[in-house]
Design a protein around this ligand. Structure first.
Ligand SMILES: NC(=O)c1ccc[n+]([C@@H]2O[C@H](COP(=O)([O-])OP(=O)(O)OC[C@H]3O[C@@H](n4cnc5c(N)ncnc54)[C@H](O)[C@@H]3O)[C@@H](O)[C@H]2O)c1
Length: 339
């Protein structure tokens, strides 16, 4: 029988791609989202891709009552928690908002899961838990030292999960630390649709290419990297969500706590990404060099070997595919999703 997977934040960027792959893999996703950073039109698009309209329950993971109603009305086998806030800058100006959405929200969710005896949990963590260890190739042993409140909120939830598993070892928990998710579903029907000015490089580049923004600011070209600009480990969102499918499989083998980095093992500089995007789109991406930003590390990527060993997973899609799929989504949806 098909397993019911609760996907919190399932209408967001990564969540919507996850829901598509869950449906295609024979699972029954149930989306729980408060639409604080997404639009209901996503559901039409998921239906267009898969032929299935996923069940949606509107609600907030911080609201215990809403979650209890959800668990009472639906049998749930596992939970993937994408719901949360992710803008580093905003986390510095409004820390309480971040600790509430990310930390408090996840604790409420875990409490309700426990009450209904659902103990399979996949958590979206982030490379921001690592801070700057003084070297570029991270692995899961790299010391945890977040340098902003967003990263701190992810670290706090990880700590909660580690303590929970220690006290109650009948849980099955996967902590997945994402590097830099980019790209879109190959159909161009779903993709990243940031509110206002994008915080991340790829959506900014694609908005410049489509004419929505005049130019890109490149923060620093004097880093000790190949071309002086910052290098990151970009991972295609479809590879990322496929890593979650592998994690679900592994978790179903029994209680455990897994902590795994999801990245490609390579890195791409800002200028290399601009060039690859120009090639994929046939559009010029004008940019100007600005001073470095505080807190930006020159380069980092993950060693992907633990993901291969524990999950049997490696990223398959290259930077050209990431740019091509981003452009396909952006050019078909220059204003993002309709309201
Ligand atoms: N995109 C990235 O670069 C990245 C990198 C590392 C980790 N992550 C993590 O992955 C997760 C998903 O990221 P994303 O890029 O898809 O973000 P997103 O903002 O597109 O998606 C988050 C979704 O959660 C919903 N949501 C937020 N707070 C909620 C709440 N309290 N109750 C119910 N729904 C709520 C939003 O409406 C949105 O649909 C986040 O936890 C994020 O921190 C993202």
């Amino acid at each position: 029988m098909s397993q019911n997977i609760l996907v919190t934040g399932g209408t967001g960027y990564i969540g919507s791609h996850m829901v598509v792959r869950l449906i295609e893999s024979g699972y029954t996703p149930i989306i729980f989202d408060n639409f604080s950073n997404s639009k209901p039109a996503v559901l039409d698009r998921i239906e267009q891709i898969t032929g299935v309209r996923p069940l949606l329950v509107k609600g907030d993971i911080r609201n215990e009552q809403e979650l209890e109603n959800l668990f009472r009305n639906h049998q749930i086998d596992a939970v993937i928690n994408f719901a949360g806030k992710k803008a580093v800058g905003e986390s510095e100006t409004d820390p309480l908002l971040y600790f509430s959405y990310n930390v408090e929200g996840t604790i409420v969710l875990l409490r309700v899961m426990k009450k209904f005896n659902v103990k399979k949990f996949v958590f979206s963590s982030s490379a921001t838990v690592y801070g700057d260890p003084g070297y570029d190739e991270f692995n899961e042993e790299t010391p945890l030292a977040p340098i902003n409140n967003y990263g701190l909120s992810k670290w706090m939830i990880e700590e909660v999960l580690r303590k929970l598993y220690k006290a109650e070892p009948d849980w099955s928990i996967a902590i997945l630390r994402y590097f830099n998710p980019v790209g879109a579903h190959e159909s161009g029907l779903i993709g990243e649709d940031p509110n206002g000015i994008p915080n991340n490089l790829m959506p900014f580049i694609s908005q410049v290419a489509v004419g929505k923004r005049a130019h890109l600011n490149v923060f620093g070209n004097d880093y000790p990297t190949r071309d002086g600009t910052g290098c990151r480990d970009y991972i295609h969102v479809m590879d990322l969500v496929e890593g979650h499918l592998n994690a679900l499989d592994v978790l179903s083998k029994g209680p455990q706590l897994l902590t795994v980095n999801l990245g490609t093992g390579g890195s791409t500089s800002v200028l290399e990404l601009i060039k690859a995007f120009e090639k994929a789109s046939g559009k010029k991406v004008p940019y100007q060099i600005c001073p470095r930003r505080a807190g930006d590390k020159a380069a980092y990527w993950t060693n992907p070997s633990l993901a291969k060993t524990l999950l049997g997973w490696t990223a398959k899609r290259d930077i050209e595919t990431m740019c091509k799929d981003t452009w396909n989504w952006q050019s078909k949806n220059p204003q993002g999703y309709p309201d």
